[in-house]
Design a protein around this ligand. Structure first.
Ligand code: URA
Ligand code: ZN
Length: 392
């Protein structure tokens, strides 16, 4: 890889509501929707209402959600060279199958145009924008039509993967009916970006109102944790060993819970007999964004990924590393990738840079045991390799 490319900053967790999708949301009378209300100053403002149980006034929404120039300005402000952009939740989940299918195809072409007409990275053949396409993952869609959409995405040169929620076609991602879809994605070499939307009931284990904090901080990552665990337990990673799955929010609680998961599986022979490997092994097959906001958390995730190879056999007990785990921590970093979650978590007042972005960059910089090579790989090199982005 050219020396310049090794220094690129690549954001793999960054969203858009494409103009066609935003118009669609504006035409709706119930969530998910975009609606206009007047402010106390007598101006009109648009609001976005997408989450179940979200306060009815929703959240402010504006051009940073759909205008490509705003995305590029945000990238410039934070020295981000390349973004791999994905449609934001709730994707097409709420639509009937026929509408979801046609809208997915149209939005995939829109996203290709959004990316292919973007500027290039200075001095590079690389574009500044690439994307994750959409599948019409809704109940009653036919599997052949999903496979057809995978093939459409694979044929669009700037689309390098597929963003996916956790519902599948109504029965989750551990639904065996999806096998032809995983197979087509694996064959096409596309990256699945697994992202939450539904979270956990906002009223679970208490009643106090805490705004968006519990659903976003805990509910979102826990949803990803469960969906990924279900894929592991259903043997998806055994049947599709080359399937590339990238987990949002550093895999949620999965790294922290993976040894407990392995132990529970070992004590349930019916489940254990379904799997080729110890549960911890599969974490070394996944990719994790680095959207965790803390150096210690990133270090821990990389430890867990880095040790996974020791658990290829179920029942294997891993010897402690002779180097105190530094080698493991370094090797785990090769599956972690910088992200911002833009345009969510905007600063509450005008600032030079977004706190959410600065925190994630500082976290990468602060991981104990990562050298400059590992940090730079997490900032961009791993993304170039994972998405097959060839520099000059
Ligand atoms: N809120 C959302 O609804 N989606 C995100 O991706 C982040 C915050
Ligand atoms: Zn996100």
């Amino acid at each position: 890889m050219a020396a310049q490319a090794q220094r690129l900053l690549v954001d793999i967790h960054t969203h858009v509501y494409l103009p066609r999708y935003a118009s669609f949301l504006r035409a709706r009378a119930s969530a998910p929707r975009i609606f206009t209300r007047s402010t106390p100053q007598g101006k009109n403002e648009e609001r976005l209402l997408i989450l179940d149980g979200e306060p009815s006034e929703g959240r402010p929404v504006g051009p940073q959600y759909w205008d490509r120039e705003e995305k590029l300005r945000f990238m410039d402000k934070h020295a981000i060279d390349i973004s791999v952009v994905s449609s934001a939740n709730p994707w097409l989940d709420f639509l009937p199958a026929a509408t979801a299918h046609s809208l997915a195809s149209e939005l995939n072409v829109d996203l290709e145009t959004y990316c292919s007409t973007s500027p290039k990275v200075t001095g590079e053949v690389l574009s500044r924008l690439y994307g994750f396409g959409l599948l019409p993952l809704v109940p009653e869609v036919t599997v052949p039509s999903l496979v057809e959409t995978v093939q459409q995405i694979a044929s669009l040169p700037h689309l390098k993967g597929i963003i996916m929620g956790t519902r599948g076609i109504g029965k989750g991602l551990d639904d065996d009916t999806l096998d032809p879809v995983w197979s087509a994605i694996e064959k096409a070499g596309l990256v699945v970006f697994l992202h939450p939307h539904y979270g956990v009931d906002a009223k679970a284990w208490g009643e106090k109102e805490n705004g968006h904090v519990l659903p976003l901080a805990l509910g979102f990552p826990f949803e990803t944790t469960i969906a990924t665990t279900r894929m592991i337990l259903a043997g998806v990673f055994d049947r599709f060993p080359n399937l590339k799955v990238l987990l949002a929010h550093s895999g949620g609680a999965l790294p922290q819970l993976s040894s407990r998961l392995a132990s529970c599986i070992d004590h349930d022979p019916a489940v254990a007999s379904r799997l080729e490997h110890d549960a911890r092994y599969y974490l070394g097959r996944l990719y994790f964004d680095a959207v965790a906001y803390g150096a210690e958390e990133l270090g821990f995730v990389s430890d867990v990924i880095g040790r996974a190879g020791k658990y290829a056999q179920r029942g294997s007990s891993a010897a402690a590393s002779k180097d105190g785990g530094v080698g493991q921590r370094k090797s785990g970093s090769s599956r972690m990738l910088f992200g911002t979650d833009h345009p969510f978590f905007p600063p509450l007042s005008e600032t030079a840079k977004w706190k959410s972005v600065v925190e994630n960059l500082e976290a990468i910089d602060g991981v104990y045991g990562w050298g400059e090579a590992e940090k730079q790989a997490v900032r961009g090199g791993n993304a170039l390799a994972l998405f097959g982005l060839q520099s000059t």
